[in-house]
Design a protein around this ligand. Structure first.
Ligand code: ADP
Length: 320
């Protein structure tokens, strides 16, 4: 049972999940527990960039993208000595438990900190990649997918006007979840992801046949982990003889005002995380699975790899 203070941090690749941190802060305060914000992820923990937050610290935040706490990557935290230094800083402030909002790497760091120091830790899956094991939703993925779909809608208009093929490169170095969600929702003809091998010759052959039959546009979504959009565009144009353009969406996918789904789910998860850690829980990651809040063991979450749903791969093919 935590009596006095917890801390909250965002870490790793940013995702639009401020509502989660806001909910942690307000829930803890309403339980009579102080909340510290750790700025810039693990780097801030090592630099003792730790400040006490009040209810107003998170005013005017819910509509914002990014993270008001900042985020960073820290090599030093990957060492046991670094983690000990971070723990000592937490102790200086009387912090009894930590809520970490981040992706796979951040949660792995948290699991080691917990194992080595015993400090209670609850994680929330803050990543646009939707790649945390044990759950089908991560905070920020919906906003990023909506940004991609918005771009696809616009690109389809111009592709159709010129009878072009549009290649859209999206984020996802190791995971094709984001590409698959946005590709299906955006009505893409092909979704290329790192998990699935694709036959370039066959794809180009099909594209050529479609255009010969009168098709005016095609959208190919490619996750960065499946190859370079620019490289793919060149090959497709060469092999099909059809005008092909490439859009690399880049960091635009990380920013922007969060969707209602992300705000709602992040708020619910933030409250759950704060209540859990205050009541003495540790080594849990809260997420949504099949529409319900689930608490997954932190070590299971980081030691297992979430695989891409083959049903989505199949659906993308059927609907192409
Ligand atoms: P994400 O959380 O988005 O997956 P990273 O993989 O960059 O982002 O991880 C964020 C930070 O978490 C790293 O900079 C590092 O400080 C910490 N971290 C990542 N992986 C590990 C690890 N294996 N051991 C300890 N700390 C880690």
């Amino acid at each position: 049972m935590i009596k006095k203070a917890i801390a909250v941090m965002t870490s790793g690749g940013d995702s639009p999940g401020i509502a989660a941190a806001r909910a942690v802060v307000r829930t803890a305060l309403s339980e009579g527990v102080s909340v510290y914000g750790i700025n810039n992820g693990y780097q801030g923990m090592l630099d003792d960039d730790i400040v006490e937050l009040d209810s107003r610290s998170v005013s005017d935040m819910i509509q914002r993208g990014g993270t008001f706490l900042g985020t960073a990557r820290s090599m030093e935290f990957k060492t046991p000595e670094g983690r000990k230094k971070g723990f000592d800083n937490l102790m200086k402030h009387g912090i009894e438990g930590l809520v970490i909002i981040g992706g796979d790497g951040s949660l792995t760091g948290g699991s080691l900190l917990s194992k080595e120091t015993g400090i209670p830790i609850v994680g929330l899956p803050g990543t646009i990649d939707n790649d945390v094991w044990g759950m089908d939703y991560t905070i920020g993925c919906d906003t990023a997918a909506n940004t991609i779909v918005d771009a696809i809608n616009k690109l389809r208009d111009t592709a159709s006007a010129h009878r072009r093929i549009m290649v859209v490169e999206v984020m996802g170095r190791n995971s094709g979840w984001l590409a698959m969600m946005a590709g299906i929702a955006g009505g893409a003809e092909y979704v290329l992801v790192p998990e699935v091998k694709y036959d370039l010759d066959e794809m180009c052959h099909e594209l050529k046949a479609m255009y010969d039959a009168g098709k005016r546009y095609s959208i190919i979504v490619i996750a960065e982990g499946a190859g370079s959009g620019v490289g793919l565009g060149k090959v497709v144009e060469e092999k099909t003889g059809i005008d092909t353009r490439v859009s690399v969406l880049g960091h635009i996918q990380r920013g922007g005002s969060p969707t209602v789904e992300d705000r709602m789910k992040a708020s619910m998860l933030g409250e759950k995380a704060a209540l859990a850690i205050i009541s003495g829980a540790t080594n849990l990651v809260f997420g949504f699975n099949e529409g319900k809040v689930v608490g997954v063991n932190l070590f299971d979450a980081v030691n297992n790899k979430k695989t891409l749903d083959p049903e989505l791969v199949r659906l993308a093919r059927v609907l192409a």
